[in-house]
Design a protein around this ligand. Structure first.
Ligand code: PMP
Length: 393
């Protein structure tokens, strides 16, 4: 076996796609016109696969904040916070995001991926046990592997299965770490968080929830599912990303456990990487302040999600979950999904193609993500493209 032999299957798949003229995983957006419109293959295209939930990437205040930071603090920090020092914005953002969630402190990581990697690798070592919802994001799995903890998967959104596995752990359950997400990224479904918290109350343990897709989307203040269900105090750790609703890059964990500061200094994905750039921190702080200031973007996002969900349901499409900013359309067959995705692109609609093994239960998905910045006309145009392709699904 040669070192590159493992890539042969991948190479064959790529060749097949190239022969068809389809390249779903290498799309070039030639020009970004707005949070919801770009130019792809020379064609004006509605961007409905971005995670730009609040449409803040072109917000003039966020851009101005980033520009000021760029001019005053430079393009990059050029190193890690532990070795090279923190800039004032890093710490301020940590305090602000912790305050937003009502937790005593927070850690900012360079990406959302690293937030999970950094927290889990430090927290869950070889003597510890982690119970993961089977549909958890790759960064959660990778973080657990890096830490070396024993990983137990429970059935997706199935608190009874979690309870069964906690029961089997006996005394170890009291120190087990349970991991779920607020809104799951593939299907857009929500965790049954109340029931999961009930399991934790019965058996003990700690709960970490990844609100990557629900920050800015759910809850009165926009904290996510924990807030919407009044469970903020039951979440021992809340992780998330700045790269979706806040339109920046970076990740965070907030918690009230006094050991959080020790986790920071034990976390290799925190220690051995450069900290986020000043402009990124500045635009993220500005976006967070906007989120705290009002609910109109969230309302607009939900209206848009409802409109697309209603439209696609009326056309008879099989959808992954009730309305949420992630609307996944189930397509039978990988080849059919590829063709469908390409046909949407040719009609000026960009969405995400999600194929097994990355998807739950091996389904093929056309994943749409909505934005508060989508206009009603854009949502209707997306529906019209789906209507034209109905016969192929
Ligand atoms: N957690 C979840 C649930 C995600 O869906 C993602 C990204 N899709 C991440 C973490 C990683 O976030 P980032 O892209 O900011 O690294």
């Amino acid at each position: 076996m040669g070192i590159f032999d493992k890539f042969q299957n991948l190479a064959a798949t790529r060749q097949q796609l190239e022969a068809l003229g389809i390249n779903p995983f290498g799309v070039q957006i030639e020009k970004i016109i707005s949070p919801t419109e770009g130019v792809i293959h020379g064609r004006p295209t509605i961007l409905a696969g971005t995670n730009n939930y609040l449409g803040l990437t072109f917000d003039p205040d966020c851009i101005a904040a980033a520009r000021t930071a760029l001019e005053h603090e430079g393009t990059g920090t050029t190193g890690s916070r532990m070795a090279n020092g923190s800039y004032s914005g890093h710490r301020k953002l940590e305090q602000e995001i912790a305050g937003f969630y009502g937790k005593s402190d927070g850690i900012v990581f360079s990406t959302g991926y690293q937030a999970n990697l950094g927290m889990l690798s430090a927290l869950a070592g070889p003597d510890d046990v982690v119970l993961l919802d089977a549909d958890c994001h790759a960064s959660i799995y990778d973080g657990c592997r890096l830490g070396g903890a024993e990983i137990i998967r429970f059935r997706h959104n199935n608190p009874e299965d979690l309870a069964k596995r906690m029961r089997r752990l006996g005394k170890r359950a009291a120190d087990a770490l349970i991991l779920v997400e607020g809104i799951y990224s593939m299907l857009g479904d929500r965790a049954p968080l109340k029931e999961i918290v009930d399991v934790k109350r019965e058996f003990g343990g700690y709960l970490m929830i990844d609100e990557a897709h629900s920050l800015g989307v759910l809850g009165e203040k926009g904290c996510g599912l924990v807030e919407e269900l009044g469970l903020l105090d039951d979440a021992d750790f809340i992780v998330g990303t700045f790269s979706k609703s806040l339109g920046g890059a970076g990740g965070f964990c907030v918690s009230s456990v006094p050991e959080l500061e020790l986790i920071r200094y034990s976390s290799r994905p925190y220690i051995f990487t450069a900290s986020p750039s000043p402009a990124t921190i500045a635009s993220t702080r500005c976006a967070l302040h906007k989120l705290e200031a009002g609910t109109h973007l969230r309302r607009r996002l939900h209206d848009n999600a409802q409109r697309l969900h209603d439209g696609l349901s009326a056309l008879g499409y099989k959808l992954g979950a009730p309305p949420s900013p992630v609307i996944a359309v189930v397509i039978d067959g990988v080849a059919e999904a590829l063709q469908f995705w390409n046909n949407l692109l040719q009609r000026g609609v960009y969405v995400n193609l999600m194929l097994p093994p990355a998807t739950p239960d091996g389904v093929s998905l056309i994943r749409c993500s909505l934005s508060a910045a989508h206009t009603t006309e854009q949502i209707d145009a997306v529906c019209a493209a789906f209507a034209e392709l109905r016969a192929q699904a």
